[in-house]
Ligand binder design. Structure first.
Ligand code: SAM
Length: 290
């Protein structure tokens, strides 16, 4: 197994170096490199880290770890699913590790979850090495398609109650998932009263991406909101999610009672409510007073 160049032996230990910027690198001490392959879209690596357990790494960027994936996957799923009064048809674009799908299946009203992941090899590697995440993909309510989310959603109209865009960073195959034409197609694919959410990156390291996402969704949707969560293994640990809603779900002040907190390790009703209290610098950067 050829080790990628960003995994090196140093002082008798194996280290993965994730480059965040020219000035910041994250070093992960590894127990082992479990899997390395190159797909038509990206390099797929599964490592076993000393601190956060097994992790999926795409093109040198850590996507998800056993140690803290529950925070990200619960926040990107439970918040929009609880905001929607009766979600039945759900679409997850990206999310090939299966974590967001696992959380969606916790809602009894959900009749179907369509997973549209561009890279089949990501999902098969996660099935093998990260069963905690990918283990629910055989649920009869799940339908998996391996294709570009942008192509899939073109021409889909009025089909989904909730659409979750669980993409990697805006580099490589995911770049198009942060662009206006894609969000416009997402809006068209929603049923009346539908809600979409996307991971909108770090306000510390990717502020222009968050600002652009918010600007585009503001123009497309009557109601948009941004919320946040601490994800320790993501750069700066402060991560955001942005909603586009075809109605105002916040008019129902009791929406958090629908959070399935008996099945979660991070999100609770109070925490979901509080996650919309944005740090002052983020509010200012987005020009919002919410
Ligand atoms: N939570 C992670 C994050 O925030 O970085 C992302 C998790 S998930 C692994 C991201 C998935 O999006 C990857 O498996 C990648 O292959 C998929 N993806 C990237 N571009 C895509 C596209 N255009 N259509 C569908 N899936 C895409």
């Amino acid at each position: 197994m050829n080790r990628p160049e960003y995994i090196q032996e140093r002082d008798g230990a194996l280290w993965l170096t994730e480059v965040e910027s020219g000035h910041l690198k994250l070093n992960w001490r590894l127990k082992n490199v479990l899997h390395v392959e190159r797909s038509p879209f990206q390099e797929i690596v599964i490592v076993d880290t000393e601190t956060f357990g097994r992790a999926l790494v795409l093109d040198g960027v850590v996507q998800t770890t056993e140690g803290d994936e529950f925070i990200y996957n619960e926040m990107i799923s439970h918040v929009p699913l609880a905001l929607h009064p009766n979600p039945k048809q759900v679409l997850v674009i990206g999310g090939g590790d299966g974590g967001a799908v696992r959380e969606c299946l916790k809602y009894p009203s959900v009749e179907r979850v369509d997973l549209v992941e561009i890279d089949e090899q990501v999902t098969s590697a996660c099935r093998t090495y990260l069963p905690e995440l990918a283990g629910q993909l055989d649920d009869p309510r799940v339908r998996t398609r391996f294709e570009d989310g942008v192509q899939y959603i073109k021409g889909v109209e009025n089909q989904y109650d909730v659409i979750i865009v669980d993409s990697s960073d805006p580099i490589g195959p995911a770049t198009v998932l942060f662009e206006e034409p894609f969000y416009r197609s997402v809006k068209a694919a929603l049923r009346p009263g539908g809600i979409m959410v996307c991971q909108s990156e770090s306000p510390l390291f990717y502020l222009p991406v968050l600002q652009n996402t918010r600007r585009v969704l503001n123009e497309l949707f009557p109601v948009t909101r941004t919320y946040w969560a601490p994800v320790p293994t993501y750069p700066g640990a402060l991560w955001t999610f942005t909603l586009g809603c075809l109605f105002d779900p916040f008019e129902d002040s009791g929406w958090t009672r629908r959070i399935r907190e008996e099945s979660t390790r991070h999100v609770t009703a109070e925490l979901a409510e509080g996650s919309f209290a944005l740090p002052a610098f983020v509010r200012r950067a987005l020009g919002v007073v919410e």
